[in-house]
Design a protein around this ligand. Sequence first.
Ligand code: SAH
Ligand code: SF4
Ligand code: F3S
Length: 440
Amino acid sequence: METKSKKIYVETYGCQMNVADTEVVLSVLNEIGYTPTKEAANADLILVNTCSVRDNAELRAHQRVSELKEHKRRNPEVLIGILGCMAERLRTTLVEKNNLVDLVVGPDEYRKLPKLIEDAYAGQRGIAVKLSRVENYDDITPLRTEGISAWLSVMRGCDKFCTFCVVPFTRGRERSRSLKSVIEEVHKLSAQGFKEVTLLGQNVNSYHDGEYDFADLLRSAAEADSTMRIRYMTSHPQDMSDKLIETIAVHKNICKYVHLPVQSGSNRILKLMNRTYTVEHYLGLMQKIKQAIPEASFSTDIMAGFPTETNEDHAMTLEILKEVRFDGAFMFKYSPRESTKAWDMGDDVTEELKVERLNEIIELQNGIAFDINQTLIGKEVEVLIERDSSRSADDLLGRTDTNKKTLFPRENGAVGEIRSVKIERANAQTLFGTLVPSMN
Ligand code: SAH
Ligand code: SF4
Ligand code: F3S
């Protein structure tokens, strides 16, 4: 393999686990001389890190890969690879049937990339899609490209097997890194000047390294650097223990933001989904958290049109949104995934009805989020300034502890600072205000 520096271009789709994995991939490839580029046209190696969670995610990836192949047509030396969940799900069909790409590498096989690239240069297609029971990349320092907010994977895989979900098939069995290795990384991030770290896992609160649980991990992370903001996602309602709620409540630097996917407001549907909790349990949990952490904000995931969902089930979903009053929600139409249990239940809610129900959910939820955000007008909120606004060079973007995006004129603010912002107006997604002059 040539030793001169080669360029790698990566596009990442899907969840934050994929974003974190891309940083692992960049680190592995950095070892053999690849440096990242933002221009696909300059790249020697083009990778697309993909998501399989819904059909439209896969369609988009297929489309991007065929667009990016243009670069290979112009220069046959360019290698193209598919990483991530689609690589795992579709495996050899990606290569054999479609003759699409040079590399197909699943989420547990990124250490093999250097060898696979070498094979690909030698004219052999590189496929590696085994799932592992132990791989967690804990000895690889991810190549992070921005310096304020860091993603940190603490566990991989998922054993929950919700009946709609492809993740247990694309990511394999649940496994946790040791608390010690995670906390060492938190210390390193702190020394590098990171201001915020998000502990990541598909089910981050079922983290267990054999000795310590997720509450222990959060506490240790919070104590490692008390000036650093600690976030975490995604939690499952089943594993939201009292100990965990207490830990979030007592540590000032653990963000008061809880993302807790509920999916549906109907017990019948929750059971069919294998979500393992009832609406009553979920509401009880919410109440407990609100009591322990009055300032907390909440978000959730909602799905419309799961098999057999009736108008009554749908009405119950609207009801739970009204009852909890989430600050935000990720809302989806059910998308059947092959090899999941729900696949065999048929897909009997028509597309038209799914769209109608989803729109109702979105309209209701946006109204609630808008109303909640209006109550912040006139108040001062503390934000971590994350970056320049993408809309205007004169504005900065920060995030509150409760995970609300906040936009304000730059004035004397700088990325990385924690500052107070006085809120002047708000919509359902964003707060707008001005910096409060700092004391020093
Ligand atoms: N581990 C997390 C995230 C899983 S994927 C969790 O348990 O919440 C993120 C969200 O995508 C899920 O919460 C669900 O709302 C949605 N989702 C997953 N599979 C889906 C499917 N087949 N169709 C539509 N939405 C889906
Ligand atoms: Fe999928 Fe359920 Fe696991 Fe979340 S908990 S990743 S929805 S199987
Ligand atoms: Fe998508 Fe895989 Fe994440 S299916 S949501 S990228 S774990």
